[in-house]
Design a protein around this ligand. Structure first.
Ligand code: NAP
Ligand code: HSE
Length: 448
């Protein structure tokens, strides 16, 4: 299908339709106010970015911007924003996978490049959107969707284009890293730490995705799609979040020389299958990822030619995320200028297989909530032995305020085995009458 791109109004002007003016959207406004001239200068006058239209739910809401936004810029009608002739590029920053889908699809169909920070949208509905992008030869840019201000998308897409990527391992959710840090260092409750992350603008509008691991999983899906080229079905990957992390786990990890991190692991195996999982993990103090604190993210990439590289920076928040959006806007402006040469990412392979989680192997930390009576350890140990799972240690923390408590947390450290084997054993352990709830499992990762 022959397509024409919308004419950019003057050589140096690019009109932005900003769908969403919350944490990130208003950050983009501020960044353009602050550095618009700098960008124009750096591009030799080629790129002058200005916001033409803004989509919100409530135009009357007070906005924390560094300069006043003219009231007439606001609309609540996304179709009007997409169709506006003054809008050359659509920036989707409303979040979610429904209205955001309609906006992105309509913009692509109108031949308007899209910039988005919406990892849920691309991980859940990317197959449809990349298809439209291909059909309309109109790019989707999504640097802000993974790891906030870290330019990891462009790095994988461009700088590592000549590498076969063996693995990624990383901390790619700022909110959960912030929460774990505040629980560890300041003794905050989970709820209080989450409240802080929300007020700092790190958390999603619905923070469930941050704490249940799915925000990190969406980002991991995008990284894996970039590296291995095929679209990944989210239902095939193993995800668990930080909701079950207790201060006792953090303390126990510390005594053993580990820290607890929500880790995303992506690894290509020799048979071409791709391991992709997100879960709370014990990371050795000596590993560089153990030093990633607060809202910071880090992604370790292992390429066959480049070897190991580490990318570190702020993974969430207004300004770092706006930095990535603005970089994509410049890229989008350039793609419009080179009319017809698609410059966004498109999945390039129809085939690829995710390794079933049961076949992935690590060592484990398992916490059981048990009724403390003689023989409990032996009963659990027997089942593990029957499944030929080695035990490297056990521990039963005593509650100092009630040393004779009937219910205690009992911890087992287990040698490396396939996760499927562990699951089968834990199913039997859970049926013991001394076990009061589902066992909690963390991976003990040995990273490169
Ligand atoms: P936010 O603060 O909740 O802002 C959302 C904005 O979208 C608000 O302006 C809201 O309007 C508007 N909006 C929401 N639904 C709408 C609808 N159906 N129609 C019209 N307007 C609608 O969200 P955010 O933190 O900026 O995040 C935006 C996106 O960026 C999400 O996809 C998120 O995952 C992604 N992201 C966020 C961060 C971060 O650190 N926050 C980092 C990277 C990526 P009102 O203002 O009128 O309510
Ligand atoms: N809620 C996300 C996080 C925002 O905390 O990492 C950045 O994608």
């Amino acid at each position: 299908m022959a397509l024409t791109f919308p004419a950019v109004t003057t050589r140096s002007s690019l009109g932005i339709g900003l769908a969403g003016f919350g944490t990130v959207g208003s950050g983009v406004w501020n960044a353009l106010e602050r550095n618009g001239d700098l960008i124009t200068g750096r591009t030799g006058g080629d790129v002058c970015l200005h916001v033409s239209r803004i989509l919100v739910r409530d135009p009357a809401k007070a906005r924390a911007t560094t300069s006043e936004v003219p009231g007439e810029m606001f609309t609540t009608d996304w179709k009007a924003l997409v169709a506006d002739p003054k809008v050359d590029v659509v920036v989707e920053l409303i979040g979610g996978t429904t209205d955001a889908f309609d906006i992105v699809a309509a913009a692509l169909r109108a031949g308007k490049p899209v910039v988005t920070g919406n990892k849920a949208l691309l991980a859940e509905r990317g197959v449809e959107l990349f298809q439209i992008s291909r059909e309309t030869d109109t790019p989707i840019h999504f640097e802000a969707a993974v790891a906030g201000g870290i330019p990891i998308i462009r790095t994988v897409q461009d700088s590592f284009i000549g590498n076969r990527i063996h693995s990624f391992s990383g901390i790619i959710n700022g909110t959960s890293n912030y929460i774990l840090g505040r629980m560890t260092d300041a003794g905050l409750s989970f709820e209080d730490a989450l409240g802080e992350a929300q007020s700092l603008g790190y958390a999603e509008a619905d923070p469930t995705l941050d704490v249940n691991g799915w925000d990190a999983a969406h980002k991991a899906i995008l990284l894996a799609t970039l590296a291995y080229g095929f679209a990944i079905d989210p239902s095939l990957i193993h995800v668990s979040g930080i909701e079950q992390v207790k201060p006792a786990d953090i303390q126990f990890a510390k005594r053993l020389g580990y820290v607890v991190k929500l880790l995303a692991v992506i690894r290509e195996h020799e048979d071409g299958t791709v391991e992709l999982r997100v879960q709370p993990s014990f990371v050795a103090n000596t590993n560089i990822l153990a030093s990633v604190h607060g809202v910071f993210n880090a992604v370790a990439v292992n390429g066959d030619t480049a070897g190991e590289s580490l990318f570190y920076g702020r993974g969430a928040g207004q300004d770092p995320t706006a930095s990535s959006v603005v970089a994509d806007l410049v890229e989008a402006a350039r793609s419009l200028r080179r009319s017809g040469s698609h410059r966004g990412f498109l999945p390039y392979s129809d085939s690829g297989r995710i390794l079933p989680v049961g076949e992935t192997s690590t060592a484990y930390y398992v916490r059981f909530d048990v009724t403390d009576r003689p023989g409990v350890i032996a009963e659990i140990a027997k089942i593990l032995a029957d499944h030929r799972i080695g035990i490297s240690g056990t521990h039963s923390p005593v509650n100092p305020s009630d040393p004779d408590a009937d219910f205690v947390d009992m911890v087992f450290l287990l040698h490396t085995c396939p996760f499927g084997k562990l699951q089968a054993a834990l199913e039997e352990v859970s049926a013991l009458d001394c076990i009061n709830s589902e066992p909690v499992v963390f991976r003990i990762e040995s990273l490169g």
